[in-house]
Write a protein that binds this ligand. Structure first.
Ligand code: ATP
Length: 343
């Protein structure tokens, strides 16, 4: 099968990371005969300057006409791009894995967790008003929103170590977090083979530092998940390695967790691994969506090549203690894929 991938290169370090990721994708075509048609779609601050809008209709059309989207970070207009796309395509689960990688200093060894964050509701819905020095924001939580993200988390746990912890603050936000906790508890009854527990968000933030290796799948609401996933990315060695997926029933967008890093943009030194691992997540999603074993093989190959490249430790960007450029690390990962296949 031939897949059409919409590519939003984004702002800041995004285009640099995209170039490195494209090396990996074309190597997959060469090694595995995967057919990927990458179609550029513009969005973000640069696009706003050029066209007057951060998310043109043409971009939406390209995404609607594609199998999946790979997206670089965007700058100031992030809310106008990704938050809108999440709502538009109903991408209700934001999946953010954090795992220990070789030669990357982490707080603890053997961390392998995934945060599944509800992606369309909560305070990020943007229902906010201000009158006479009083600001009000609405925290919108629905049973449907809670149930579908909870099911996603339990299904994921079944393919992992079979543990789900629901993170909330239902002792204070009794109605909104109460609905989330109650729904997760109900869904857990359909998964007797998965161990289920609950934790308050402040305790979870502490335990992500104190004993991160104990977590498997964390399911939580939008704002808590946003904050906890930046924390978990740092716990395993930094944002430059952190991939993410925005998943719906019909479509999905894959992107690094981090922003466009204006402090290092244009220098060609950003770590491309966050975007390369996002591409690996995309291949895994395509494999499941279209029952395509070749995509699964491709995803595994990319993951293994990243691990081996880090193990080798010869070509590393400055955030990993090396001196390599973004494109050089991308090329080394592509080369490693070839070595693995030939072995
Ligand atoms: P946002 O608010 O849009 O999430 P931010 O201003 O919080 O963005 P980021 O752009 O995420 O910040 O960057 C935070 C820090 O992490 C910066 O110092 C940046 O250089 C660094 N960083 C982010 N991504 C990478 C990467 N891929 N490689 C190396 N360093 C990175």
């Amino acid at each position: 099968m031939r897949y059409r991938i919409a590519l939003i290169r984004g702002d800041g370090i995004g285009p640099e990371q995209a170039e490195a990721t494209l090396l990996v994708l074309s190597k997959l075509e060469e090694l595995l005969g995967l057919e990927l048609e990458v179609v550029d779609a513009e969005a973000g601050d640069g696009c706003m300057k050029k066209t007057g809008t951060p998310l043109p209709d043409e971009t939406i059309r390209i995404l609607k006409d594609s199998h999946a989207c790979l997206k670089g970070p965007v700058g100031e207009t992030a809310a106008d791009v990704i938050v809108r796309l999440r709502q538009m395509f109903d991408l209700y689960a934001n999946v953010r894995p954090a795992r220990s990688l070789p030669n990357v200093p982490a707080l603890k060894p053997n961390i392998d967790l995934v945060i599944v964050r509800e992606n369309t509701e909560d305070l990020y819905k943007g229902y906010e008003w201000e009158f006479d020095g009083v600001a009000i924001g609405i925290r919108l939580i629905t049973r449907r929103g809670c149930e579908r993200v909870a099911r996603y988390a339990f299904e994921l746990a079944r393919r992992r170590r079979r543990r789900v912890v629901a993170v909330h603050k239902a002792n204070v936000m009794r109605i909104t977090c109460g609905l989330f906790a109650r729904t997760c508890r109900e869904v857990s009854k359909d998964y007797p083979d998965v161990a289920y527990s609950e934790m308050y968000v402040d305790a979870a933030a502490m335990d992500l530092i104190r004993r991160p290796e104990q977590f498997d799948v964390i399911v939580t609401t939008n704002v808590f998940g946003d904050i906890l996933s930046d924390e978990s990315a740092q716990v395993v060695g930094g944002l430059g390695l952190a991939p993410a997926a925005n998943i719906g029933d019909e479509y999905a967008i894959f992107e690094p967790v981090h922003g466009c890093a204006p402090d290092i943009a244009g220098k060609g030194i950003a770590n491309p691994i966050s975007m390369i691992l996002s591409a690996a997540m995309m291949l895994e999603w395509l494999a499941a969506r279209y029952s395509d074993a070749r995509c699964l093989e491709a995803s595994k190959l990319v993951n293994e090549a990243v691990v081996r490249t880090l193990e080798e430790g010869k070509v590393l960007t400055p955030d990993l203690g090396g001196r390599a450029k973004t494109i050089e690390l991308g090329a080394r990962i592509a080369g490693m894929m070839e070595e693995i296949r030939r072995a």
